[in-house]
Design a protein around this ligand. Structure first.
Ligand code: CP
Ligand code: NVA
Length: 298
């Protein structure tokens, strides 16, 4: 049985397959010759807020012929303490697949083990695999094959989105530079597990020089709200703005997984000047996740 639990556990071959299917599904939108989810009902269990992931999965599952039940964790017994493994065994007997957004990566993995149905990680504290598949697709759509390109991440370099970028770098053969204060850089254990050409620095000017892509994410990820004031203070120099953009390649992309906080991780002017890329990136969540769904059900 296939799952999408992390970029770490996804093989390069499967990743490339999903990326090439994404292009086909994007082209064919509105007239798909196959309905791989026909007759299926999928559950979406979300313990955190979501706009893009929720809507793109709800639309994508329906467009592939399936139906969907949205289950906010706070409205099912999971939110009152029913164990993941019991929730998983119940849902596994009733639905055909699950999309799960939560805190601990171990919870998504436990769910997949007990539910025995294809399970997708829709974001945990450790990874956001669906985001990175759509992001790599967006880079390739605009700049051509990603191998050999340089992606620079600026901001909270220890968040879920960065972790998934780190694992993608070795699998797809691009250079990843992370510009973040020491405390917000990925752990050496994670860097060792991932391998590949990944460097970390506090020098955001040097990291931006000659980059093909400048990428950022929020300074305060979901679940870190209690650290909000200290994060804003510590990360305030790490903004994606025109100073950095001038150092990147002339046609460098500016990307953001969204939601964006203007004046924090990115300035208004840079965001709006690159809105076409950023909202293509958001739209591509739909196409990439449809490719994931199709890959899961074979
Ligand atoms: N980028 C992303 O996952 O957005 P949502 O939190 O709105 O789903
Ligand atoms: N790092 C962010 C991503 C949001 C899509 C978070 O976890 O809140």
């Amino acid at each position: 049985m296939r799952h999408l639990l992390s970029i770490e556990s996804l093989s390069p071959a499967d990743m490339k397959q999903i990326l090439s299917d994404t292009a086909v599904l994007k082209r064919e939108r509105g007239h798909h010759p196959r309905q791989p989810l026909a007759g299926q009902i999928w559950a979406m269990i979300f313990s955190k807020a979501s706009t893009r992931t929720r809507v793109s999965f709800e639309v994508g599952i329906r467009e592939l012929g399936g139906q969907v039940i949205f289950l906010p964790a706070s409205e099912i017994q999971l939110g009152r303490g029913e164990p993941i493994k019991d929730t998983a065994r119940v849902l596994g007997r009733m639905v055909h697949g699950a999309v799960f957004r939560t805190f601990a990566q171990a919870d998504v993995e436990e769910f997949a083990r007990y539910a025995n149905i294809p399970t997708i990680n829709a974001l945990t504290d450790e990874e956001h695999p669906c985001q990175i598949l759509a992001d790599v697709f967006t880079v390739q759509e605009r700049l051509g094959p990603i191998p050999g390109k340089t992606v620079t991440f600026i901001g909270d370099g220890a968040c879920n989105v960065v972790n998934s970028w780190v694992f993608a770098a070795a699998k797809l053969g691009f250079e990843l530079r992370i510009a973040a204060p020491k405390k917000f850089q990925p752990s050496s254990d994670l860097l060792k597990r991932a391998g590949g050409r990944v460097s970390c620095t506090e020098d955001l000017l040097e990291a931006s020089r000659g980059a093909d892509v400048l990428y950022t994410d929020v300074w305060v990820s979901m679940g870190k709200e209690a650290e909000s004031a200290s994060r804003l203070e510590q990360l305030k120099g790490y903004q994606l703005n025109s100073t950095l953009l001038k150092l990147a390649k002339p046609h460098a992309l500016v990307m953001h997984c969204l939601p964006a906080y203007r004046g924090k991780e990115i300035d208004e002017e840079t965001f709006e000047a690159h809105a076409a890329t950023i909202f293509d990136q958001a739209e591509n969540r739909l196409h990439a996740q449809k490719a994931v769904l199709q890959w899961l059900v074979g």
